[in-house]
Design a protein around this ligand. Structure first.
Ligand code: NAD
Length: 409
């Protein structure tokens, strides 16, 4: 069992007791609707590929496709289950799905990447669809890959169906707001957190682990809101300045090909140091399993926001809760991405292009509503369970309500 799957099962097991879910209800929540696996044969080279649909009580499956050499079935399954929870919590009309190919595409010829992408879409064309299961980009997949997949899928089924996949290029019905959607959603959630805890609305000390799509955009939004982003890291380490870093300048230097530790600003720090900093908010926007039983005792942040999926292990969750560190869980904090994907899918379905200002407001309202509902459950439980438990509880209840309304339970 991989570590992420193990943490997820531990967490869901604990919630069964808190929520008094019956065995039948837990069975419905843990059951996978469909696990499809194929071996892609690309020029004689074989790659394992999966598409998993976890639950579809609320609507078609929704979740990304990752291309990574370490992809295994348990990982795709746990990510699909997490997508069911995330989509349910956000109030979206979706179940949870996920896909993956065990492949290393770093440095791979683009023609070959295109072949893999097309082979994937063709192999799973009978299980994906705008009303069945809707993929999107994830680790090492991008809008161009979604474009190839859409094209191959449409050739296979013989009609246009842009809503089969989100995160597409704009020319194929993608949406401009997708680029910084995860960061923007996270930013709205942090605003709710600040309001709830009556924190200063500017001048907070913030550290950001991961300076890619999610991390760099949110660092910029926080910088522009007047906060002090004192530390940022990427895969090669990072930098610290107690007076705050100039984030737009760092983004420009990164775009020029430098790593953060090469830009010659502030004090150089390693990847562990950022996790131990005394800051108001630590943002995790890189990888899974960053805070575990091994390093949790050294965490000094007052609050942690998970933009990455699964950056804190289940045993570290417990320790953080006991220390009084408030953790805003991934299923809530990084839902901005899938929410904007939902806007894209809605536009594709109706052919109606929605006003960007309306969409921005809708994203803000949806993120704030998630925060309020999650925090409401936290208060109902006398703040004796963590926010992740509250988020999972809400998500699981909504799925069960749909299962019951369908007469499945
Ligand atoms: P990305 O590839 O654009 O950026 C990842 C960043 O993390 C890079 O800057 C990389 O250098 C850095 N990094 C890698 N290892 C690191 C380490 N050990 N310490 C510090 N930094 C490290 O990826 P992204 O799209 O920004 O995604 C980041 C996380 O957010 C992932 O867990 C992803 O699943 C999650 N997420 C992203 C989106 C989205 O829309 N981009 C949506 C939901 C969740």
């Amino acid at each position: 069992m991989n570590a992420f799957y193990e943490s997820l099962m531990q967490r869901l097991g604990a919630i069964k007791l808190i929520a008094n879910f019956t065995d039948r209800e837990m069975e419905a929540l843990l059951n996978f609707k469909r696990i499809s696996k194929v071996e892609l044969d690309i020029d004689g080279q074989k790659y394992q590929a999966w598409r998993v649909l976890h639950n579809e009580a609320l609507g078609p499956g929704k979740g990304g496709i990752r291309f990574h050499p370490d992809v295994v079935e348990d990982e795709v399954k746990s990510l699909a289950l997490v997508m069911s929870l995330k989509n349910s919590l956000a109030g979206l009309p979706y179940g949870g799905g996920k896909g993956g190919v065990a492949i290393d595409i770093k440095g791979m010829d683009l023609k070959l990447v295109e072949k893999v992408s097309r082979a994937y879409a063709a192999a799973f064309s009978d299980v994906i669809g705008q009303d069945k299961d809707i993929p999107a980009p994830d680790l090492y997949t991008n809008p161009q890959i979604m474009g190839w997949m859409l094209d191959e899928f449409e050739k296979k089924v013989g009609h246009h169906e842009p809503g089969v996949i989100t995160g597409k290029p704009l020319a194929l019905g993608g949406i401009a707001q997708r680029t910084d959607a995860t960061a923007k959603g996270g930013f709205f959630m942090i605003q709710s957190l600040m309001q709830q805890l009556e924190l200063r609305t500017s001048g907070l000390k913030i550290a950001v682990q991961g300076f890619g799509n999610a991390g760099s955009f949110i660092a910029k939004m926080l910088y522009e809101a007047g906060h002090k982003v004192v530390a940022v890291t990427d895969s090669k380490g990072g930098i610290y300045d107690e007076n705050g870093l100039d984030i737009p300048a760092l983004i420009a230097k990164k775009a020029g090909g430098q790593t953060l530790s090469q830009v010659g600003v502030g004090q150089i720090i390693d990847n562990q140091a950022i996790l131990k900093m005394e800051v108001d908010i630590l943002l995790l926007a890189a990888l899974e399993n960053q805070i575990t039983a091994k390093n949790v005792s050294e965490v000094k942040a007052k609050a942690i926001v998970e933009l990455a999926n699964g950056p804190i292990s289940a045993d570290a969750d417990k320790a953080l809760f006991e220390k009084g560190v408030l953790v805003v869980p991934d299923v809530a904090a990084n839902a901005g991405g899938v929410t904007v994907s939902y806007f894209e899918w809605s536009q594709n379905r109706t052919g109606n292009i929605l006003d960007p200002e309306y969409l921005e407001k809708k994203l803000k309202d949806m993120m704030q509503s998630t925060w309020q509902r999650m925090y409401g459950v936290y208060e109902e439980h006398g703040k004796k369970v963590d926010l992740r438990t509250c988020a999972y509880l809400l998500a699981m209840r909504r799925i069960l309500e749909a299962e019951k309304a369908r007469g499945n339970i």
